[in-house]
Structures are given as C-alpha cells and as structure tokens.
Design a protein around this ligand. Structure first.
Ligand SMILES: NC(=O)c1ccc[n+]([C@@H]2O[C@H](COP(=O)([O-])OP(=O)(O)OC[C@H]3O[C@@H](n4cnc5c(N)ncnc54)[C@H](OP(=O)(O)O)[C@@H]3O)[C@@H](O)[C@H]2O)c1
Length: 290
C-alpha cells in the first residue's frame, strides 16, 4: 500500500526550494515529499528520485486543492512577485486550510515584525494571515542570502570597485543552503503552535570588509564606495536591473546601514547543528564558479 506524501514544499523549482527538497527528503524519505512547482517540465532532474512533483500556481487557486491533497506539513516559500505576494500567499493559506494541512512553515524576513525594510511589509501581512488561519505555524524569518552580494562579484571585478549603500552596517548573511537546511529541519520536526525563528549568519561584515576580502582573495585592490541610496539605485538601473528590483536592493542596503540585516542570536546555526558558512568561504566559492 502506498500512502500520500505528508510533506510539501512550494516554490520548489526556485533557488531556495531546489536546495530544500533534497535536504527534506534526506530527513523524512523522498517518498514522503511533494515538490510543488508552477511548471513540472522545468523540474526534470531537479529533485531526488522518489520525490513527487505536483503543479500549483499561487495565482490560480483552482490548481491548489489537488496539489495539497494529503499534505500534513507544508512549506510556503514566499513568492518573488513583489507587490502581488500577499494575495498569492492568501490563496495558498486558504487552500491549505481547506485541504486539512496541519502545519505551515513560511519563509519570512529577519525581524519581520519590526523591520524597516520595504520588502518586510508583504511578509508582515502574510504573517498576520498565518496567525489568523488557526493553523500551526513556523516562521522562518530569513536574513540576507550571502549570494545577494556574491552575485555582484563579477560586476565589482569588471568595475574595479564595489558599490553599495550599506555604509558601516553589519550584514549577518548566510548562504541559501544554510537557510534551506534550517527549513528542512523545521518542517521535518514536530514544531507546533507558533514558532518564530530569527535566522542569520553567525558572523557579520560591512561591505567595506567584503571588498577587502574580495581584494585579498583576488590579489587586486577593489575598494568599497558607499553611495547615497538614490545614486546606488540609479547605478543598479544603469547596470540593467529592473526598476523594482533596483529599488528593493537600494532600500535594503539603506536598511542594512541602520542594522536591518544584522543579528547575533545564532538561531540558524543552533537549528542546523553546525556553524553557518562564513562570507570568506562564499566569496571563494563564487570566484571558483564565476
Ligand atoms: N533572504 C533573502 O536574502 C532573499 C533574497 C531574495 C528573495 N528572498 C525571498 O525568498 C524567496 C525564495 O528565494 P529564492 O532565492 O528561491 O527566489 P526565486 O529563485 O526567485 O524563487 C521564487 C519562487 O517563487 C515561485 N513563484 C513565484 N510566483 C509563483 C506563483 N504564482 N505560483 C507558484 N510559485 C510561484 C517561483 O516559481 P518558478 O520556479 O516557477 O519561477 C520560484 O520557485 C523569494 O521568492 C523571496 O520572497 C529572500
């Protein structure tokens, strides 16, 4: 007799989701995991053998009941559709409730309840929907991904300068893989009621220190130049980023200057049972793969 998989991850074909699915399968068994994706054709070869793939779209509530059938513990990975996220997440939360899901974990942002970051507002509203849902909830309040900054290394090397707007703010980032492991631990465990995890890297750095580490590893002098938020936003747009993303990144740097991306609670390393990967190692990895 086969039973329905009990654990499901939405946004499974995204950068974070594709790391969470194998981490979860390693803990609960691949046959107990459903990877929920918008486009199953894009999921070929992405997940370990035995993981079920189902399609579901946050924008199409009619796709969600079949997708969630039999699921007991669900990870809702926050959407990347800035501005539409609350409505999208509401669709998933309502469908989960109707399908009898017992527990939802949600990827929020560090200190969502008080964060000054613009992007925190949609997370706050989603957290409120979750609290009102009556479901058991784990809030995975993720700090910054190290990849947000290592992705800028090729541009910094090309320009001979690292630009940003984070001033002397300290950033306690960790790579996606560390947050993915934490999500798998929380979903596979027995957390019930409301559990809040403020997740961030064990060590923090300023962008000046990031540039110094990059300089040391490349043997070049790559200084950090701090720009006013509006100028940094303009530079990102000039480099080809879409305006909403440039706005969000410049706002996040300005928030970082005021401590919005700093944390020293070490909850992430406690949850995953090991130290988080330091930024120097993430820079080295990025330089090897660039
Ligand atoms: N902490 C941080 O530093 C940080 C940085 C960036 C983003 N984030 C947040 O964390 C989330 C996950 O990060 P990531 O790196 O995995 O981002 P990502 O690669 O952009 O993944 C976003 C996921 O959301 C899915 N999605 C978007 N609209 C959807 C819809 N209508 N229905 C179903 N799925 C939908 C995408 O599906 P497809 O695969 O089909 O496109 C994708 O799998 C992001 O969406 C964002 O909310 C956090």
């Amino acid at each position: 007799m086969t039973s329905s998989p009990k654990y499901a991850v939405t946004g499974a074909s995204g950068e974070l989701g594709r790391l969470i699915v194998p981490a979860l399968a390693a803990r609960v068994g691949a046959a107990n995991v459903v990877a929920i994706v918008r486009d199953p054709a894009r999921a070929t070869g992405l997940f370990p053998a035995g993981v079920a793939v189902r399609s579901g779209d946050y924008e199409k509530p009619e796709t969600l009941p079949a997708t969630l059938a039999g699921v007991e513990r669900l990870l809702l990975i926050s959407s990347n559709a800035l501005g539409s996220r609350v409505a999208q997440h509401r669709n998933v939360i309502e469908a989960a409730k109707a399908a009898g899901v017992a527990h939802i974990a949600y990827t929020s942002v560090l200190n969502a309840d008080r964060s000054a970051l613009e992007l925190a507002e949609e997370h706050r509203q989603t957290e409120a929907l979750l609290a009102a849902s009556g479901l058991n909830v784990s809030l995975l309040r993720n700090g910054w991904y190290s990849e947000n900054y290592t992705a800028g290394i090729p541009a910094a090397l090309a320009n001979g300068t690292l630009y940003g707007a984070a001033g002397e703010g300290r950033i306690a980032s960790a790579p996606r893989a560390d947050y993915a492991e934490a999500a798998a631990v929380a979903l596979a465990g027995d957390e019930s009621a409301l559990t809040v995890h403020e997740l961030a890297g064990d060590s923090a750095y300023t962008l000046g220190e990031f540039a110094a580490e990059l300089s040391s590893q490349t043997g070049r002098d790559i200084p950090y130049v701090n720009l006013p938020q509006a100028d940094y936003q303009g530079a990102l747009i000039g480099a080809g980023l879409p305006v909403p993303l440039a706005e969000l990144l410049a706002d996040s740097d300005a928030g970082a200057a005021n401590g919005a991306l700093f944390d020293d609670g070490h909850a992430l390393s406690k949850l995953i049972g090991r130290a988080t990967v330091p930024i120097a190692q993430s820079i080295a990895t990025a330089l090897k793969t660039k």
